[in-house]
Ligand binder design. Structure first.
Ligand code: SAH
Length: 347
């Protein structure tokens, strides 16, 4: 029989299962707390009777990712390559900012979206991560690095809205008052623009920040680099963003990777400026990180400067992403790709 992953359960759900096992309700809270205090096994839950720990071991899978690789940057950024229970691997990155520490986590093993510039999608999607495996990345990054995590960004490997149920369950787990308790306003979720799922997320009316990987203001350019644009074009995507803002009051943050000669011309800047002026949205320009398998190059500094200037003329709130961990391949998917190339292992 397939064992349930205990870390995917909320205290209320655990309590219902424990009740059916004839256990008192407080045990559920106790176990949930141990999990969120980063226990690595049932054996560590020393205030539980031994017989109960053994019974739980029989009934539930207790996931506990192993550090396959760890890289520490001179700026304090720590990047992990985790090995999951089935031998697959994913990455998380801990970044330290003046306003608090952030962990960037992966949502899937691989990705099926096929963006031309992204290392995470090269081998396709292997599988979704469970809500417990999403939680593990937060808990074990904090535990191993010793850095207290204040913020979570779902901007690692994978498309979070392609793993909607597990991702939203994860949000409930990290948000729960008996656990690590990270507020929705301290969580960002980034999507390549799956309109139907943006609408579904809107209906949940959470206070999280939605980031949208736009990367081009027109269909012709966008569909060259992002296959998802053939399913939902720029007009449809921006309309969904407007609906999201109108319903939740949370402004969208757009990501825009600056790619030399592809999306960084004056025409692109002006069109982007026109489309986003008056929305109050924020644009985060990311100088492209070069990926070995791709011929795409980062924009030239002068073009980046011109782009920023034009957006400002339109009154768009624009920043250039500060590069953390540049010396440790801290761009998503790069560490996992390296392992695949070296070992022939996928995932
Ligand atoms: N699938 C989600 C989550 C990934 S978030 C999404 O598409 O939003 C990672 C962010 O980094 C996305 O904005 C992605 O488009 C961007 N990105 C991926 N590869 C990159 C690269 N080589 N250089 C710069 N940005 C990149």
């Amino acid at each position: 029989m397939e064992r349930t992953e205990i870390k995917t359960l909320l205290p209320e759900e655990l309590a219902a299962e424990f009740k059916a096992m004839g256990l008192p309700a407080f045990r559920a809270k106790q176990v949930f707390r141990w999990i969120h205090r980063q226990a690595a096994s049932f054996a560590e839950m020393t205030d539980l009777p031994l017989a109960l720990r053994e019974a739980l071991e029989q009934k539930y899978r207790f996931t506990s990712p192993k550090v396959l690789r760890k890289q520490v940057s001179s700026d304090g950024t720590v990047k992990y390559l985790w090995e999951l229970w089935d031998g697959n691997s994913v990455e998380s990155v801990v970044m330290r900012y003046a306003h608090g520490n952030t962990v960037c986590i992966s949502s899937q093993v691989g990705c099926r979206q096929g963006c031309a510039f992204c290392a995470s999608t090269i081998g396709g999607k292997i599988r979704d991560l469970s809500s417990g495996e999403l939680l593990d990345q937060v808990l074990f990054s904090q535990k191993d690095s010793g850095v207290k995590i204040n913020n979570i960004v779902l901007m690692g490997i994978g498309e979070p809205l392609d793993n909607f149920e597990n991702v939203t369950k994860f949000l409930q787990l990290v948000n729960h008052q008996d656990g690590i308790q990270i507020g929705m306003r301290h969580i960002s979720l980034s999507t390549c623009g799956i309109v139907e799922k943006i609408d579904k997320l809107r209906e949940l009316d959470l206070q999280l920040t939605l980031s949208v990987s736009l990367h081009a203001p027109d269909d012709e350019t966008r569909q060259k680099i992002m296959p998802i644009n053939r399913r939902y074009n720029v007009d449809e995507l921006l309309a969904a963003c407007d609906r999201y803002f109108a319903a939740t009051g949370r402004r969208i943050s757009f990501e825009y990777a600056m790619i030399d000669g592809v999306n960084d011309t004056q025409m692109h800047a002006e069109l982007l400026g026109r489309r986003l002026a008056h929305t109050g949205s924020h644009v985060n320009l990311i100088p492209l990180n070069e990926v070995e398998e791709s011929p795409l190059k980062p924009s030239k500094p002068d073009n980046l400067k011109r782009f920023v200037g034009i957006l400002k003329e339109y009154g768009v709130n624009v920043t250039i992403r500060r590069k953390l961990g540049g010396d440790i391949d801290a761009s998503c998917g790069q560490l996992r790709r390296k392992r695949e190339r070296q070992t022939g292992v996928t995932g």
